[in-house]
Design a binder for this molecule. Structure first.
Ligand code: PMP
Ligand code: GLN
Length: 393
């Protein structure tokens, strides 16, 4: 048995969703909407299943989907992508695996930024590469450029970033990307950027991809996912975009991972990406409503809520909310005692975790959020009454 795989436990998302199913708790843990998904895309997938080929599509993805990805990024992010710069994958997870396997040799070093999505470090380790961690600091979670610079060694090959960022909801600015361009050029680094949350940005924030930055265009890989753009997390249709030499080698890794992605879903995603900007705006507004509702309700219940510009998540600061438990203790008790599943921030760390913060997903009907809020408010009161409040300084 492979030792590094055997050592892995179940992900925090599986763990919390499993507990939610077992106990009947409201699940604000794993990020997924309760809604079925946009009817336009579901209808179009059903039609494609009936009317189009159900056999292997081309390894790099249907030409129509690759053209639609290019069209979407031209319209929404001002990027110019050619077809040999796009490879369709089975979700962003496979895209990450393909990039890491294709671009790293054993012994290469990769800079990872904590808190980090759970797949990054195990995939780097499986490739025989070495992760070097830098950490974002609360409450604004800005990228620590000096720490990134200090983590670079002669073996560093790649910087793996995530913007908009899960779990914090922070975003890397255009000015920060310009500084990274200098750093990556000076040290000949590749930049792989997980941009799955690019469409879920709120309050007028604007997502900027490294591919839009001159010094980064040729040395960056952009990863996207229809799961987040269309609220269809189970479809697992994703893609990578990169200059042809990078896209070519990533495609070679992809051909021995999943090789292709179900064609009916590719057709439906192609149609979805071509929907007008107003459709995408309206889709985002539905999420913005849940976001505002959860943030307001948490504040009214006495929780300290952190700023979060993007993603499907809002966060609470336990200590600042008067709660003396660490995140894992809070989440384990909340799912069982309050009937609400949430995610502890510490699960997003490989070392030196922050343990004060809890992530809550807002993509639920408002009535479900209201019920969860009522339960969490009562739970907070109970914890405080139990004397779980931190000692006064
Ligand atoms: N990267 C990040 C930052 C994510 O949050 C997620 C899922 N939420 C993924 C990758 C995985 O995306 P997919 O489901 O398309 O594999
Ligand atoms: N990306 C999802 C989240 O952050 C979880 C995906 C998974 O369960 N692997 O909630």
């Amino acid at each position: 048995m492979n030792r590094s795989i055997a050592r892995l436990g179940t992900t925090i998302f599986e763990h919390m969703s499993g507990l939610a199913r077992e106990t009947g708790a409201i699940n604000l843990g794993q990020g997924f909407p309760d809604a079925q998904g946009p009817p336009e895309l579901i209808e179009s997938a059903a039609r494609a299943l009936r009317e189009r080929s159900n056999q292997y599509p081309p390894m790099r993805g249907l030409p129509e989907l690759r053209a639609a990805v290019a069209g979407y990024y031209a319209a929404h992010q001002g990027l110019a992508l050619a077809d040999d710069e796009i490879v369709v994958t089975s979700g962003a997870t496979e895209a990450l695996a393909a990039c890491i396997l294709a671009l790293l040799d054993p012994g290469d070093e990769v800079i990872l930024v904590q808190p980090l999505y759970d797949a990054y470090a195990p995939l780097v380790e499986r490739a025989g590469a070495v992760a070097r961690f830098v950490s974002l600091a609360p409450p604004d979670w800005r990228l620590p450029l000096d720490a990134v610079r200090a983590a670079i060694t002669p073996r560093t090959r790649m910087l793996l970033l995530n913007t908009p960022h899960n779990p914090t909801g922070s975003m890397i600015s255009e000015a920060e990307l310009a500084e990274l361009a200098e750093l990556c050029t000076a040290h000949d680094l590749l930049l792989v950027c997980d941009e799955v949350w690019e469409a879920m940005v709120f309050d007028g924030s604007r997502h900027v991809s490294p591919l839009a930055i001159p010094g980064l265009r040729e040395r960056s890989v952009k990863i996207g996912s229809a799961g987040k753009i269309f609220s269809l997390t189970g479809w697992k249709v994703g893609w990578v975009c990169a200059a042809p030499p990078l896209a070519g080698v990533i495609a070679r890794a992809h051909q021995f991972l999943t090789f292709t992605t179900p064609p009916a879903l590719q057709w439906a995603v192609a149609g979805g990406l071509a929907l007008p900007a107003e459709w995408h705006e309206a889709h985002r507004r539905v999420h913005a409503e849940g976001r505002a509702h959860l943030a307001r309700g948490l504040e009214q219940a006495g929780f300290a809520v952190l700023p979060s510009a993007a993603t499907w998540f809002q966060h609470i600061d336990l200590a600042a909310s008067g709660i003396g438990l660490a995140d894992t203790g809070f989440c384990e008790r909340a799912v069982r005692e309050a009937g609400v599943a949430t995610i502890p921030f510490s699960a997003f760390y490989a070392q030196a975790p922050e343990t004060r913060f809890v992530r809550l997903c807002f993509t639920k009907p408002l009535a479900v959020l209201d019920e969860a809020l009522e339960r969490l408010a009562a739970f907070r009161q109970r914890l405080i009454a139990e004397g779980e409040a931190p000692p006064r300084s």
